[in-house]
Design a binder for this molecule. Structure first.
Ligand SMILES: Cc1cc2nc3c(=O)[nH]c(=O)nc-3n(C[C@H](O)[C@H](O)[C@H](O)COP(=O)(O)OP(=O)(O)OC[C@H]3O[C@@H](n4cnc5c(N)ncnc54)[C@H](O)[C@@H]3O)c2cc1C
Length: 369
């Protein structure tokens, strides 16, 4: 058996690794040109019940422990005027250690046999050949035929149309991403506001959420509830976009707005999209989905964990049914659908809670419960 995986995100790589642990070969086709083609960005808290389980199944738990950034589970909630509403230091009991996404991806990549990931292979289309076989076409002109295809290619999956007509829908909110480097020396007021871990400054419909990464980097998501047309009028390739976004926070404390205006990088717009809650499909021979390709919802701190868990569960199911991939895919999907529906319900609720009419008090109650 040889498994063809589209997408070298955390989900696809976890699947490839768990298959490798079980002696099953896989090839991962990835659109990006190389492992370093794009900054991976963002801190991820890795949960005991899904992300950490996946890393155990991948035999990479010790490597994971080696990249944990201590102290980053601390959380502060600030009012727009900078007043501290909640200051929760890390006490080591939350069970959600924080790592850099890029580091996590690196340990997965390093654990795979040379040549497993084929970079520069952007899938342009997939067609069914019958009997569970599929032909995958790439932008570079190549094709492959496979009898076991996994779409791990994220929100805008090219594999998803084989099983479902669902398409992502804009949730009405976007994040704008900024970075401040060497913040303790170059941006000390902002660094003090963020503290040692995460900062949230939220009001109904918008907010500034920042995290201290390694090397004194402050990584910020600025949340705005606006239609896509509103963002389309801003040129995000120009740093003037920072001033335009910051105008939405007029009157807020300068140490908070500095997380926008002092960005050392051009701002990146991240529109938030979702698939319908409860997205599922009838069994289609020879193909399945995992991660955001299967279930996409607005960020709530669980999507990457779920993608890794899906990858591990699918890898274990394939290993448990040698010579019978259909049984493996059926078993995997039977658990996937209720799991992802429950996660999407909870995740959407968590995301909306951040910006609801009681913001920031709903999130403070949640954090202190
Ligand atoms: C702003 C933001 C913040 C988030 N914060 C968190 C968080 O704190 N914690 C958390 O758990 N989750 C978070 N998430 C969710 C998380 O990022 C996703 O759920 C997760 O990355 C999904 O992993 P994946 O492997 O399914 O897909 P992806 O990470 O999207 O990986 C898909 C891969 O497929 C490749 N690909 C795409 N199309 C093609 C193609 N046509 N051909 C070949 N390759 C292709 C892509 O280049 C990519 O490498 C956040 C999401 C957003 C938008």
């Amino acid at each position: 058996m040889h498994v063809t995986i589209i997408g070298a995100g955390l989900g696809g790589l976890t699947l490839a690794r768990v298959l490798h642990v079980h002696g099953i070969p896989a090839t991962v086709y990835e659109a990006e040109a190389s492992a370093g083609a794009r900054a991976q960005g963002g801190m991820l808290d890795i949960h005991e019940h899904d992300g950490q389980q996946a890393l155990r199944a991948a035999n990479l738990f010790d490597e994971f422990r080696g990249i944990i950034l201590e102290g980053r589970e601390a959380t502060r909630v600030l009012a727009p005027d900078g007043a501290v509403l909640l200051d929760q230091p890390e006490d080591g009991t939350a069970g959600r250690p924080e790592v850099q996404r890029g580091e996590l991806r690196r340990i997965l990549l390093d654990s795979l046999p040379e040549g497993t990931v084929r970079w520069g292979h952007k899938v342009t289309g997939v067609r069914a050949l019958g009997d569970g076989r599929h032909e995958v076409a790439f932008a570079n002109g190549g094709t492959v035929v496979t009898s076991l295809l996994v779409g791990a290619d994220g929100a805008w999956s090219r594999v998803r149309p084989l099983v479902s007509g669902a398409v992502p829908r804009y949730v009405g909110r976007s994040f704008v991403e900024t970075y401040l480097f060497d913040a303790d020396s170059r941006h000390p007021a902002a660094a003090r506001a963020v503290g040692g871990g995460a900062l949230m400054a939220l009001v109904p419909g918008k907010g500034i959420m920042a995290h201290r990464e390694s090397g004194g980097t402050l990584h910020t998501y600025v949340a705005l509830t606006k239609p896509l047309e509103w963002f389309a009028e801003i040129d995000f390739s120009d740093s003037a976009a920072l001033a335009r976004v910051a105008r939405e926070f007029d009157g807020w404390a300068p140490e908070l707005t500095a997380l926008i205006t002092d960005s050392d990088t051009a701002p990146v717009l991240r529109p938030l999209n979702t698939l319908p809650i409860g997205h599922k499909w009838d069994r289609v021979p020879g193909v399945t989905l995992l991660g955001d390709a299967a279930h996409l919802f607005a960020p709530s701190g669980d999507g990457a964990n779920l993608a890794m868990f899906d990858g591990a569960e699918l890898g274990k199911a394939i290993a448990a049914h040698p010579g019978d991939p259909e049984a493996a895919l059926a078993e995997y999907e039977q658990a996937l659908f209720p799991r992802s529906t429950a996660a999407a319900v909870e995740g959407s609720h968590t995301h909306e809670m951040l910006f609801d009419e009681n913001a920031p008090h709903s999130v403070i109650s949640f954090l202190t419960a």
